[in-house]
Write a protein that binds this ligand. Structure first.
Ligand code: ADP
Ligand code: MG
Length: 259
């Protein structure tokens, strides 16, 4: 083996041993390209490391997305604002800058079924995940159930970290199913521990006036609303269901009212 060839082999091994597998695989390509284009050693190294950096970032994003376990992939670009004129585009554009995550503000998406609450919540959550924030998606009922069963196993404090530590927690579908007092208390625990520490995006088909019923307790409901609303953007979507858009009856109305 020539000295150059063994030097190449060792360099490839160094990269692999350092865990820079993408760069190791790209090495021959970048060297050939450097020779063909007569570029400097600096440029070859720069391109090689850039390749590794891009791959590493993509891998971390995939890891964060797996951890967050969004039920479906939604993006803001697929949202048809013309269909939902009650939504303020400028407000969504502001949210899409993700400043609300840095400022630990909450986003409350309220409205009847099918108006795009979950779509927007997931799209903002995925955007934050891709921007490097740790996020987590759960339904309100799943959150309460997970904490209730963790408590039975004596691991509730540990389980709470799942909901408290991410920069952004998405809580979907509050109000579809009634919660008992124990479940309501767990939601209160999560909301109060995240208060001014991390953002929550919450979707609900029920207006605040109904939350006493949802939580089976006016006092707990009031305490949750208080903390959620202190620093929050509230989006009331008063529109037709996107799911029913081709359904003949929607032509005659379908503008549901959120109390
Ligand atoms: P909600 O959570 O308010 O009940 P979803 O967000 O689940 O409603 O929306 C129902 C379905 O319709 C989803 O597949 C969603 O992606 C789609 N959808 C809702 N609103 C829009 C919209 N304005 N533009 C594009 N797709 C929409
Ligand atoms: Mg929904």
């Amino acid at each position: 083996m020539t000295e150059e060839a063994s030097s190449y082999q060792r360099l490839r091994e160094h990269l692999a041993d350092l865990g820079m597998t993408a760069a190791a695989e790209q090495l021959a390509i970048e060297l050939d390209r450097g020779i063909a284009e007569q570029t400097s050693a600096t440029q070859i190294l720069e391109r090689l490391l850039e390749h590794e950096v891009i791959e590493t970032k993509a891998r971390r994003t995939r890891g964060r997305l797996r951890f967050a376990h969004y039920p479906v992939h939604k993006i803001l670009a697929d949202f048809d604002f013309d269909f939902q004129p009650s939504l303020d585009r400028a407000q969504i554009a502001e949210l899409s800058t993700l400043r609300f995550v840095d400022e630990r503000r909450n986003v409350l998406l309220l409205g009847p079924p099918g108006v795009g609450k979950t779509h927007l919540a997931i799209a903002l959550g995925i955007a934050a995940t891709e921007a490097g924030y740790r996020t987590y998606f759960t339904s309100a009922v799943d959150l309460a159930h997970a904490l209730q069963s963790a408590q039975l196993e004596g691991t509730a404090q540990y389980k709470l970290r799942t909901y408290v530590s991410p920069s952004l927690l998405v809580i979907d579908e509050l109000g579809y199913l009634p919660l008992n007092q124990d479940a309501a208390n767990w939601i209160f625990q999560v909301v109060s521990r995240r208060y001014e520490k991390g953002s929550i995006i919450l979707t609900s088909n029920r207006g605040f006036a109904d939350w006493g019923q949802v939580f089976a307790d006016q006092v707990v409901a009031g305490a949750i609303i208080d903390r959620l609303l202190h620093h929050a953007t509230v989006l009331n979507i008063r529109g037709k269901s996107y799911r029913m858009r081709h359904h003949p009856t929607t032509k005659t109305g379908g503008d549901a009212i959120i109390r």
